[in-house]
Design a protein around this ligand. Structure first.
Ligand SMILES: [Zn+2]
Length: 183
């Protein structure tokens, strides 16, 4: 790491911390020659993570593709864009921390749906309806009805939610994160 002031090669780290997105590490360095301070950003090179789609094709995990799917589902809802970005961050960190190279698309969709549901149920239903197959429409309808029958601000009982999820056959989920618009 060359000093930007005197081009000296040695410096010491005086402060180090994760940046807001945690993808980069910010380091404050001090040149051992001129003692001026400068900042470096180090990016951890991520191990390739592949998404296995329902037809068996693989493609590299795409952060912005997932984000745009969530943005689409949250259209006209009162959700700050930073909140969705944080959500994608949580999902990506979860997947990368598993130290696997492949993750089924439907699994990513399920994680996203679970998190989105905690934020906004309308966005959740929209997201789910895009990522699930027509076979799942019956369940979507049940979800909507349950929402409408519930007083505002209340949530489904965790046990009930779990039971409902248990009814879904993963093979019936036609998730395809590569095609958020369903094409
Ligand atoms: Zn220097």
């Amino acid at each position: 790491m060359k000093c930007p002031f005197c081009a000296h090669h040695d410096s010491k780290v005086v402060d180090s911390r994760d940046s807001e997105t945690r993808e980069t590490i910010r380091r404050r360095r001090e040149c051992l020659n001129c003692h001026k301070r400068f900042t470096t950003y180090e990016r951890v090179e991520a191990v390739a993570l592949y998404v296995v789609k329902k037809d068996g094709r693989r493609e590299e995990f795409n952060h912005s593709k997932l984000l745009s799917g969530l943005v689409l589902a949250s259209k006209k809802r009162d959700i700050a864009p930073s909140r969705l970005e944080a959500l994608v961050e949580v999902i990506e960190n979860d997947l990368r921390s598993r130290n696997v190279t492949e993750v089924p698309a439907r699994e990513i969709g399920q994680i996203a749906m679970g998190l989105l549901r905690e934020i906004d149920e309308i966005a959740y239903v929209r997201f789910a309806s895009v990522y699930r197959s027509f076979k799942d429409v019956e369940q979507m309808r049940a979800s909507l009805e349950e929402m409408l029958n519930r007083p505002p601000g209340t949530r489904a009982e965790p046990a009930r939610r779990k039971r409902r999820q248990g009814r879904v056959d993963p093979r019936e989920l036609a998730l395809d994160l590569a095609d958020p618009d369903g094409k």
